[in-house]
Design a binder for this molecule. Structure first.
Ligand SMILES: [Zn+2]
Length: 248
């Protein structure tokens, strides 16, 4: 018998709020190790419909705040790629309503921040969304990258990495949809931003299927932005939910 959607399941809690946790004392911090065998299977997990239109990309350097107490890492500088306004949405649908999220930014971590059963991938993309009309309701879709056939669009990003000191670079036309794997099965949990000030109330959607990239593509990211992964944080009392049926 299918279990009901747990009250705390991602996207059913209602508006979440990103609260700064500069002391890192929060109990819902990210990233975490995802244990597929320990994830709770919820067949009725809210569906997420991704929509991507034609988009340009603006790449710039981002430096998270370092003034707050506890914000003492020196590896948080990153390159953020911003799509054209309104070019990408994700509609989250549960039994009661549709929630529309808009894509603000894509960035990468080398190596990956989330681990899967202890395995660390060499690269992870973060697609950072906010809910329309609720800027503090954040959802991040994580895509793990493993070595293999070349990624279809990462060369465009690599070619547009701003040089140190350079303000911005532009990609005139970028296929955002190519960032996602073919299958959309995911692990979902409530966590935080992984850079200062580590605000909680972020819904994480870690797509289970990795995409591939050539070793040279992964190496280009590692050289330019890495290493910039925050260490794995304790799960505490949190559950990880999945729409992937258990194996066997
Ligand atoms: Zn990130």
């Amino acid at each position: 018998m299918p279990s009901p959607v747990p009250e705390e399941s991602p996207m059913t809690l209602g508006p979440s709020r990103t609260e700064p946790r500069p002391d890192r004392a929060g109990r819902r911090q990210s990233p975490i190790d995802i244990d597929p065998a320990g994830a709770q299977y919820v067949p009725s997990l809210p569906g997420i419909a991704f929509a991507f239109g034609p988009s340009a990309l603006t790449l710039g350097t981002v430096r998270p705040a370092t003034h707050a107490p506890g914000c003492d890492r020196d590896d948080e500088e990153n390159i953020a790629a911003r799509p054209s306004h309104g070019s990408a949405t994700a509609v989250v649908t549960d039994a009661h309503r549709n929630l529309v999220y808009e894509l603000d930014e894509v960035h990468w971590h080398a190596p990956a921040e989330h681990t899967v059963a202890g395995h660390r991938f060499p690269l992870e993309a973060h697609l950072k969304y906010h809910r329309t009309g609720e800027p503090s309701d954040a959802m991040v879709v994580a895509v793990l990258v493993e070595p293999g056939p070349a990624h279809p669009v990462l060369d465009q990003v690599i070619a547009a990495f701003p040089e140190p000191g350079e303000a911005q670079r532009h990609v005139p036309l970028f296929d955002l949809a190519a960032l996602l794997p073919a299958s959309r099965g995911s692990y979902r949990y409530s966590g935080s931003l992984t850079t200062c000030e580590y605000g909680e109330g972020v819904w994480w959607v870690v797509l289970a299927e990795p995409v591939t990239a050539a070793e040279a593509q992964i190496g280009a990211f590692a050289k330019r932005i890495g290493p910039n992964a925050r260490p794995v944080q304790p799960p505490h009392e949190r559950a990880v939910y999945t729409d992937l049926p258990p194996k066997g």
